[in-house]
Every structure is written in C-alpha cells, then in structure tokens.
Design a protein around this ligand. Structure first.
Ligand SMILES: NC(=O)c1ccc[n+]([C@@H]2O[C@H](COP(=O)([O-])OP(=O)(O)OC[C@H]3O[C@@H](n4cnc5c(N)ncnc54)[C@H](OP(=O)(O)O)[C@@H]3O)[C@@H](O)[C@H]2O)c1
Length: 509
C-alpha cells in the first residue's frame, strides 16, 4: 500500500483523484444506499474528488429502469445529502453516471447480465475495468454474491484488465467461527488487500483526529500510559430504541451490535503504540496488537467485570416509551442486552493495570459518543478535601458536537479557596470554517484509492470476536436474574457503578 496516495495523510482536498472505476452497489434499493451511500457518492462527485471517469451501478432485485433509480436517488440526496444540487444541470451531470441493474442475488445467471452491463459501461464511460463492489446487503448474501461474482469472472486477482475490490458491510460474522469462515471464503477469491471491511466509525473526523492528537503533538504522548492515566472511559450512548429492527436486534444485542466492532476499534486507537510509518499496514499492525492483548475471559471474570441490562418502561424527552421486552420483534422472555458496561485491562507494558471502562446502551438520556482519559490525582493533596477534587480529564467527543476538551480545576474568584472544574475546549464547528465530510465520504473515497487504513483487517476482527465471544459465553451461564433493568431515559443500571474502581464514577454527560 506504500505507493498509494493516502487521504488520511494528505487530506481530502487533493488533486490526485482515484483511477476511473465503476462503483457496483449491491442493495441499491435499501435503506443504507438511500441514507448514506448515494449521498456520499454525490458529495464526492460534487467536490471533484471522485474519478472523472466514474459510474455508480445500483444492483438489487426489484425491476426498475435507470430513470426510476435516478429519480429515487435524487429524492434521497434531497432528503439526506449534505449539499443539495445547485441546479438541474449539476444533478443531471451526476445522474448520467447512475444506472440500475436488476439482479436476483441467488441466481448465478443474473451475474452474466451484470458482466455484460459492466463491459458496456467500460466502453461508454471509460471506467477501464476497475470495479469497487459494495455489498450493502444482509450478511447472509456475502458469500453467495462473492462466489457468483467469481464464477462470472467479475472478481479475482487484480490484473491488467483492472483492479477489483469488495467492501463488506457490518456485521462481519456473528462470532469468531463465522467471521473466520467468511474471511476464509473471501481469501479463496481475493487477497486481503482487496477486502474492505467497513466500520463507519473509523471514517468519523474525531476518530481520525485521535491519532493526530496523539502523534502530531508532543505534549500528550509522554502522558499516555499507566504512569499518568488513572483510567479511560469509552461511552457510546443512544437515545434510540430498536425501532423496526426488533427481530434483528433480539438476535444480536449490544455486545455484537456495537462493542465487537465500533467500541473495540475506538479502544484500539486509544491504546495503540505509535506506528512505525503512517501507512495502512503499520497503523493496522498496532491496532491489531491492542486487540490481541485483550485475553478471552473466563465465566468468573465475566461475572465480576460485565453488567448487562435491558431498558424498562420510562420517559425520554417527555414521551413515555415501552420497555425492551415490550418492543415489537423482541421475545417477552428475551435475554438480549440493550445495555452493556464492562471493566477491562490490556496486557501490555503501557497499559498494565489501567482500567478501561466501556459502556453502551439504548434509550439513554442523550445521544453521545466520547472517549475520556482520566489522569491521576496530584500526588499530594495541598487543598483540604472540602474544596473539590482535581479532575484532569481529556475528552474526545466523537458525536455529536465533535471536539476535544481538557478539564482541570481552577480557583473560583473570591476570598475563599474553592476549586471548580473548568475546561479548555476545541470544537470542530467553531475552529474550522468547512463542515466535516460524512464518514462514508471518506471511506468510499479511500476504498476507491485503494487505501485500507480505515478498514478493519482480518486479525483485528478475529481478536475482537474472540474477546466478545468469551463475554457472551460467560453471560450465557449466568442466571436470568443477573439481567439488570434501567428505566428508559436513565443512564443505565445501578449495578454498573460497582464496576468502577476507587472513587471513580461514570461521567455525567
Ligand atoms: N441501514 C443502515 O443504517 C445500516 C447501517 C450499518 C450497516 N448496515 C448494513 O448494511 C447492509 C444493508 O442494510 P440496509 O438497511 O440497507 O438493508 P435493506 O434496507 O433491507 O436493503 C436490502 C437490499 O438488498 C436487496 N435484496 C435483498 N434480497 C435480495 C435478493 N435475494 N436479490 C437481490 N436483492 C436483494 C434489497 O433489494 P430489493 O429492494 O430489490 O428487495 C435491498 O436493496 C446490512 O448488512 C446492514 O447490516 C446498514
């Protein structure tokens, strides 16, 4: 990957656009396509970042003409896009690069028609045989689609006739065994460098900025270890419930939906060692090492380190909402968690003994994702305990209101000695004039450029599953009454407080 222009390194506004290609979008009539993928592609074309010779071919089951597909995508961009088309001419220029191909995923013959359509696009749009296949489809189709693409000679090793890349949506497996099976299957058809396992958290501006903060400044890194850091808290809080995804969520739960992928990636970025170079392989090597340092837990360890819970009927933003097991699609006797909190440590020289507290839940009071680094207390307390506790915390806000703040204590003006927490604050919105690109914009562009820095590698996925599998196995052995409850609109079960060491508390957000 060394010779590939790296947008992570070079910034989004570069002159080197990706090579010509067709973006083949499986699942083109789905929710993700309308809400995220086509608006992101539109934004890349609009910003001059997509290749000049470029075509987006939507693929799904429903019969539809190119024009019908274009009209639907226009509605999607109007509704979900960051920028609306300035005028019809601007939209039309994009629409002429949009097309639709009917394909029943399970019918190998349909891929011949797809191959023919792609050859036609190469001829008419100069896309040079390069293909990025994006599988925005249910995971049960991942193997079948890639096998059929292979049989139709639409994927295989990169060759003079063009490069081939495949982007796989989450979830990548439902446990270690299924993830290994899927990776094994893909490796029979493609090299690891051609496989892009997407985790859209890695496309978020603040997540990338975490590495810039750590390795682009000299003041933080010397403090970034067990000598100075008391603990780390990673919070992913959602106000949403499970919506219409009840059946899916009941099979999945908070651990698999959020912890195995997004939270493990955040953990890896916070805890990784400096990479030897700023190249994809070097960065991913260091992330992978962190996840390898996370041992599988025994059921006894799970019992003392993990709290799981389900939300119960309560009020959020003034609206009364049902409990988790009252939601459509959730079994009344479900043992699926909508909240999980855990205390973990990493077996590394840098982090030995430092607790990392992770919590994620649905129907919490506020939608927020942040990483908070809590530094040690001063070694000697010069002030009487009544004047307030020192609380040096570096907080990286990932969404919404992206930014970074450093909390410390200051003396309140006046004749008395009273300490109060204050903060130095950096906000993306106030510091930079331009708005941040959507995570998918960055990631789709990277995939077109052949840069997989911000995609997860096989070994990272496997280590994260090994750990999460052990947690799930431990929880499965626990009696039913260990499933805690928390009212909708509260910050989770009281039992989660007991996970924290000493006088640390969960941050109030
Ligand atoms: N939605 C999100 O916000 C989101 C976020 C993160 C990850 N993801 C992941 O992205 C993937 C897609 O999610 P989604 O919400 O977009 O799904 P979705 O709305 O259910 O869309 C599924 C797509 O697959 C097509 N399809 C299903 N069966 C087919 C078949 N046998 N042959 C041909 N086409 C078929 C559907 O086409 P027809 O309409 O023609 O049937 C539709 O285009 C999933 O892996 C999901 O986990 C989604």
């Amino acid at each position: 990957m060394n010779d590939v222009p790296n947008p992570f390194r070079d910034g989004l506004t570069r002159s080197d656009a990706p090579a010509p290609c067709v973006f083949v979008l499986f699942g083109a009539t789905g929710d993700l396509t309308a809400r995220k993928l086509v608006p992101a592609l539109w934004q890349l074309v609009r910003g001059g970042l997509a290749p000049k010779q470029f075509f987006v071919l939507g693929v799904a089951r429903r019969a539809k003409s190119d024009d019908e597909f274009r009209a639907e995508m226009r509605a999607a961009v109007d509704k979900f896009g960051r920028d609306r088309p300035a005028d019809e001419a601007e939209w039309e220029a994009f629409a002429q690069r949009l097309g639709y191909c009917v394909c029943e995923f399970t019918q190998p013959a349909a891929y011949q028609a797809l191959a023919q359509r792609l050859r036609g696009i190469d001829a008419s749009h100069g896309t040079a045989g390069n293909r990025l296949y994006y599988l925005a489809v249910a995971p049960e189709f991942f193997e079948g689609i890639t096998s059929s693409l292979h049989e139709a000679e639409l994927i295989g090793p990169d060759q003079a006739g063009g490069w081939r890349r495949v982007v796989i949506e989450k979830p990548f497996g439902t446990d270690l065994a299924s993830a290994a099976r899927l990776s094994g299957h893909l490796h029979g058809l493609l090299t690891e460098d051609q496989i892009y396992r997407i985790d859209h958290y890695l496309g978020k501006e603040t997540v990338q900025n975490l590495l810039t903060l750590r390795f682009g400044n000299a003041i933080f890194e010397p403090l970034w270890n067990r000598n100075h850091i008391e603990h780390v808290q990673i919070t992913v809080a959602e106000t949403e419930g499970i919506g219409r995804r009840g059946e899916f969520y009941d099979q999945t739960g908070a651990l698999r939906d959020m912890v195995q992928n997004h939270m493990m990636q955040l953990l890896a970025l916070v805890a990784m060692e400096p990479p030897v170079t700023w190249e994809a392989g070097a960065i991913r090597d260091e992330k992978a090492k962190v996840l390898r340092a996370l041992p599988a837990w025994t059921p006894a360890q799970v019992a003392s380190r993990v709290v799981r819970a389900q939300y119960t009927r309560g009020t959020l933003a003034g609206v009364e909402m049902p409990g988790f097991t009252e939601e459509a699609g959730i079994a009344p006797d479900s043992l699926t968690e909508s909240y999980v909190a855990m205390r973990l440590t990493l077996d590394t020289w840098r982090w030995s003994g430092v607790p990392f507290y992770l919590r994620h839940g649905k129907r919490l009071p506020k939608r927020t994702t942040e990483i908070a680094i809590a530094f040690h207390q001063p070694p000697l307390s010069l002030f009487p305990p009544t004047v307030g506790r020192s609380g040096n915390t570096l907080v990286m806000r990932i969404q919404p209101d992206e930014g970074i703040s450093l909390n410390f204590v200051a003396k309140v003006p006046g004749t008395r000695l009273t300490l109060q927490a204050v903060k130095m604050d950096f906000g993306y919105g106030s510091s930079f004039a331009q708005t941040s690109p959507e995570a998918y914009e960055r990631l789709l562009l990277d995939a077109m450029l052949g840069d997989n820095t911000l995609f997860t590698r096989e070994d990272e996925v496997a280590s994260a599953w090994r750990f999460v599998d052990s947690v799930r196995a431990g929880l499965a052995e626990q009696p039913r009454d260990t499933m805690a409850g928390y009212a909708v609109g509260s910050w989770g079960p009281a039992a989660a407080d007991a996970l924290l060491d000493g006088d640390a508390t969960w941050r109030r957000l």
